[in-house]
Design a protein around this ligand. Structure first.
Ligand code: PDD
Length: 286
């Protein structure tokens, strides 16, 4: 696989030529926001929702954004220029270069970076084992910032325990996984944690809630005590990369039958139909 093309501040560059200054605030302070957009059959999925969340994240850290149409074009062009069909585009926008001082700078020149990589198309989707982890992130997890060290450390801890991911618990309640949201099936109902400042409002989470409503699965967004993870009939993750990822064990205890569950399968079928549809507009944008 050749190195991907990099979009950097208005230019499309070979990977090795894309450089940023050492005092970029993204580097020095993790002072930036990001988005991850999935392309299906060469078309972006839920681009408008990703851009709306990007705006919320940027406002949350007082970062002025370049025009959204330029950002959108840059991502689309990366995919087109490289002739990609199934791709994931990572977009990062930092506050740009400045002498290293803690306070914000008055007129920043944001650094805009985007890279497209082929998306995983492994079928069936890999089953996942997860562990629980105490959520030691900050209190503004609803902002999609590049400050991901707690997520990375929790993911690594999971790996060392022989698992694929970690589910963050805060005060005894389920928050989200390190790069996905969490769903449970309990007593015939689909449950997911409510949107608070402690979790990211996942685009895929929103799509799954809409699909569940469409196909008549009862849903509740409510606080989920950690021990429900052990009692659930089904548990799965949702995210732009993960799509819908079936969890077969939590802290080494089997979930349900130890296989992807029936409600998961129905939702996955609906999700695949939606993302493969020639007009992916059958579900209202959330
Ligand atoms: N992660 N929660 C967290 C902490 C996330 O980082 C993500 C996305 C999600 C799911 O959001 P969405 O459905 O909009 O992708 C939930 C991206 C994919 C990442 O960091 O790679």
């Amino acid at each position: 696989m050749p190195e991907p093309l990099v979009y950097l501040n208005g230019e499309f560059l070979p990977y090795a030529d894309a450089r940023i200054p050492v005092e970029d605030r993204g580097m020095q302070f993790a002072d930036g926001v990001y988005e991850v957009v999935r392309y299906y059959l060469g078309r972006p999925f839920r681009m408008a929702d990703h851009l709306a969340r990007l705006v919320r994240s940027a406002e949350g850290i007082e970062l002025p954004l370049p025009p959204l149409d330029l950002i959108e074009q840059a991502m689309n062009q990366l995919v087109e220029r490289q002739g990609m069909s199934e791709a994931t585009v990572y977009l990062q926008i930092t506050r740009g270069p400045a002498p290293r001082l803690h306070g914000l700078i008055d007129h920043p020149t944001p650094t805009v970076i985007a890279i497209a990589r082929p998306a995983s198309t492994t079928r069936p989707r890999p089953t996942l084992r997860v562990v629980t982890a105490s959520d030691d992130r900050w209190a503004r997890c609803y902002l999609k910032t590049t400050m991901l060290l707690p997520n990375a450390l929790a993911r690594e801890r999971a790996r060392r325990l022989g698992a694929d991911d970690a589910i963050f618990l805060r005060d005894g309640f389920v928050m989200e996984a390190t790069s996905s949201n969490v769903f449970l099936v309990r007593q015939g109902r689909l449950l997911t944690s409510p949107l608070t400042n402690y979790i990211l409002a996942g685009i895929t989470r929103g799509v799954v809630l809409e699909l569940a409503a469409q196909i008549g699965i009862p849903v509740s967004e409510e606080p989920i005590p950690a021990h429900w993870l052990y009692q659930a009939d089904e548990v799965f993750l949702t995210g732009t990369n993960t799509e819908l990822g079936p969890i077969i064990s939590v802290d080494s205890r089997s979930v349900g039958t130890g296989q992807p569950g029936a409600i998961y399968q129905r939702l996955l079928e609906a999700f695949d139909a939606l993302t493969r549809a020639s007009q992916p507009l059958s579900v209202r944008s959330g």
